[in-house]
Design a protein around this ligand. Structure first.
Ligand code: TRP
Length: 505
């Protein structure tokens, strides 16, 4: 079977950046920073990027490129009993994270359309609009209180768009879309940042974002700040998703994987930090107009972007509609290119394993996905989203990262992968790099991830997350992880008899 290929290395980097840059950079990053102490969050965030994010991104590129297959087949090649480690992330991302992710894209698209209405529908107060009119959040996790039809309708539209882009071949679909959307997005965000910085009070917001004092330091002793930073790095770089493995498998034999990894990681995190200036200058502006401190401005959580930005848009002296429209257009586009990448990773995995037709896999999985999204469009959707987001990201992604390292250390040899990286890049790499990468994957990454997982688990057992009843967390959060884990097991067992096409090492 012929594998599609990227037309150029730039195409690959753009698509990988397209996957990495998404709602995570604006929506998730901003509330993570706001919730975890502003500037104080940036320190663990950057540490997580350097000691875990980049090494794992290189590891995933190396695995995908060496095995020339999507995640499950790659894991299978390393050790036939570990195929589930490839299926698990692609399944829980495709039928877990992606289900609510598409709903958030739908919120963005609706806000984009709402921005055109005059007067702005949230003119009376954006938080009240978001909670009581837009989402009409129900009283608790198990009170669904019906479907929010506009949201469901837009969710279906977004799934349709995803399907439409993904049934085309990889080079024509994803690559072309990324080449148009990514530069456009950077342009829009740059305008937002510049606009934001000119607002009254922006300086106070920026101060909160980049400056911390000695008194803030004890916060660094809290595990949840570190856990949030690490899971944000996984989420934002799309690592532990199985996506980067699939993307690297489409590259030509000779390519600079390490260079691409650095470019992608730095561009993505740089983008988040850059966009953060817009978020915090707007927060500063709101604090200024309301006469409160930046920390007091707004309830944090997944609603932050949908409260802060619309509020600011309404408060602006002019151009409100244009500003709002383009901001939410940018978010919608960023989200689409990310969501595309998991449809791609899942369908290439299924095509590789079962030999099914690509078109059919994409169609069926988008249909199943659209049905799965329904729960997030109900009145309790917001709570479900919050719980699923925490659990799949803070346990699922981190665990996958840890297991990938363990698998490679035990059943493959890290120096073999290392050699492959050298071999693929004809020029080799500077010597210092040898020690750094091998040590990271062998010792630093597994150790750090293990500590974070174990410590968080202990903390979560003693104090359940948020105000949710513990059954809800167990059922929704853990349930989702366990169910997708079982599905991954079934997928791997089912394909065991197709062993004959196993590559020889
Ligand atoms: N990295 C993306 C972001 O920052 C997240 C992401 C990538 C994603 N691919 C995805 C989320 C697929 C859901 C489904 O937003």
């Amino acid at each position: 079977m012929e594998r599609g290929a990227w037309k150029s290395n730039t195409g690959f980097v753009l698509a990988a950046v397209g996957s990495a840059v998404g709602l995570g950079n604006i929506w998730r990053f901003s509330y993570m920073v706001h919730e975890n102490g502003g500037a104080l969050f940036l320190l663990p965030y950057i540490i997580a990027l350097l000691i875990v994010g980049i090494p794992i991104l290189i590891l995933e590129f190396a695995i995908g490129h060496k095995m020339r297959a999507s995640a499950p087949q790659s894991m299978h090649t390393i050790h036939s009993e570990w195929e589930w480690l490839g299926w698990w992330p692609v399944i829980f991302v495709m039928f877990g994270i992606n289900l609510y992710y598409v709903v958030i894209i739908a919120w963005c698209a609706l806000y984009m359309l709402n921005s055109l209405r005059s007067p702005l529908p949230w003119a009376e107060g954006s938080e009240a609009f978001f909670d009581n009119q837009f989402l009409r959040i129900s009283d608790s996790v198990f009170v669904f209180d019906g479907i929010r039809w506009p949201i469901l309708l837009m969710t279906v539209v977004i799934w349709f768009l995803l399907w439409f882009i993904c049934i085309r071949r990889i080079d024509r679909g994803v690559e072309v879309a990324c080449k148009i959307f990514m530069p456009a997005l950077l342009f829009l965000v740059t305008i937002l940042v510049i606009w934001g910085l000119t607002l009254d009070g922006a300086i106070e917001g920026i101060e909160e974002y980049v400056w911390f004092t000695r008194d803030d330091l004890p916060q660094l002793a809290q595990i949840h700040v570190w856990r949030a930073a690490f899971s944000q790095i996984f989420f934002t770089l799309s690592i532990g998703f199985g996506i980067m493995i699939a993307y690297a498998s489409y590259l030509p034999k000779k390519t600079d994987l390490v260079g691409s990894a650095f470019i992608i990681a730095l561009a993505d995190c740089g983008f988040s930090i850059f966009a953060g200036f817009a978020v915090f200058s707007v927060l500063g502006f709101m604090a200024y107009t309301e006469g409160v401190t930046v920390a007091e401005v707004v309830a944090s959580g997944p609603g932050l972007s949908f409260v802060v930005y619309p509020e600011a848009i309404a408060l602006l002296p002019g151009g409100n509609h244009v500003f709002g429209f383009f901001f939410f257009l940018a978010l919608t586009i960023a989200g689409l290119t990310s969501a595309m990448s998991i449809v791609e990773a899942f369908s290439s995995a299924a095509v590789d394993k079962f030999g099914w037709k690509r078109r059919n896999v994409v169609s069926v999985s988008c249909l199943v996905g659209a049905f799965g999204s329904i729960v997030f469009t109900t009145g309790a959707g917001f709570y479900w989203l919050d719980i699923v987001d925490r659990f799949l990201n803070q346990y699922g992604l981190i665990l996958v990262g840890l297991l990938e390292c363990i698998l490679v250390i035990w059943y493959y040899r890290i120096d073999k992968l290392h050699f492959h990286l050298y071999d693929a890049n004809e020029g080799g790499y500077p010597p210092i790099w040898d020690i750094w990468w091998e040590w990271s994957v062998k010792y630093v990454v597994p150790l750090v991830l293990f500590i974070i997982l174990a410590w968080s688990a202990i903390e979560d057992i003693s104090t359940p997350y948020g105000d949710y009843p513990s059954e809800a967390i167990m059922m929704i959060g853990m349930g989702w992880l366990v169910a997708t884990f079982l599905a991954a097991g079934v997928f791997s067992v089912y394909t065991r008899h197709r062993d004959n096409d196993r590559l020889s090492l």
